[in-house]
Design a binder for this molecule. Sequence first.
Ligand code: SER
Length: 313
Amino acid sequence: MKKRILIVGACGQIGTELTTELRSRFGSHKVIASDIREGSEELMRSGPFEILDATDYYAMEDLVMRHEITEVYLMAAMLSATAEKFPLKAWNLNMNSLFNVLNLAKEKKIEKIFWPSSIAVFGGTTPKKDTPQRTIMEPSTAYGISKQTGERWCEYYHHKYGVDVRSIRYPGLISYKTLPGGGTTDYAVDIFHKAIKHNRYVSFLSAETTLPMMYMDDAIKATIGIMQAPAGQIKIRSSYNLGAISFSPKDISESIQEHLPEFRMEYKPDFRQAIADSWPQSIDDSEARDDWGWAHEYDLEATTRIMLENLSN
Ligand code: SER
């Protein structure tokens, strides 16, 4: 089979690293990057790039046909904190872009889809510790509502039209190559930048707010792993729970202090505290581990070391 991949939202936090990894595995010319605007120089130089508005069905269809795309990774989305400011804009972007790829697959114009869900599908009534795959889901954020609805539609298109769509519920993702934008877990990236520059950080979440998190290399491995697995192994077609580490702002500040003893934290929770309070603290991801062999590698210690080393350079 001639695999040709389109990444929608290639210039974002996940898209940038996903593009690099897919290009190194499958060849630069086989991986088309797209986004609403141009990305980093490195990404732009590494292979084909197209400007694409993910909500424009005809533009996406045209790109898919021109490049004979077989797989789409839809990484464009408005994240939780920004979505609270622009709920309808978030709904339009997050839902319409998903319908566009689902309908392209329904019409057999593409063969396979990756679509990211999130821990934000859970809500205040969900069990917080080792949150099960199937449990109460009453998301209270605009972002969470769009992701939960998206999961229902993915499963619907799979059962009704045989669409091969695969998804994982990402936790907060930590990386040094690209900044996240507009999420509630962004503090866990920002803290490293500020620690190196100013030796202090003002956290917008309280000291004890524990959330599920993951180092980016693990997230990329999971993303490509679920897409490479034989279709029969993907038993869940809404979205898989995916876990790695869980920590609070206090935990991460102590981990940084082991390298930078002068580092100091302050806590000034803002509107994002309520978002974080509605999310799980840890995730039971045993079905991803059993069905398609997911295993994480990076713990908090390793993540802290890698982040500080790379950002100091
Ligand atoms: N990391 C995302 C956010 O904070 C959740 O998927 O919005």
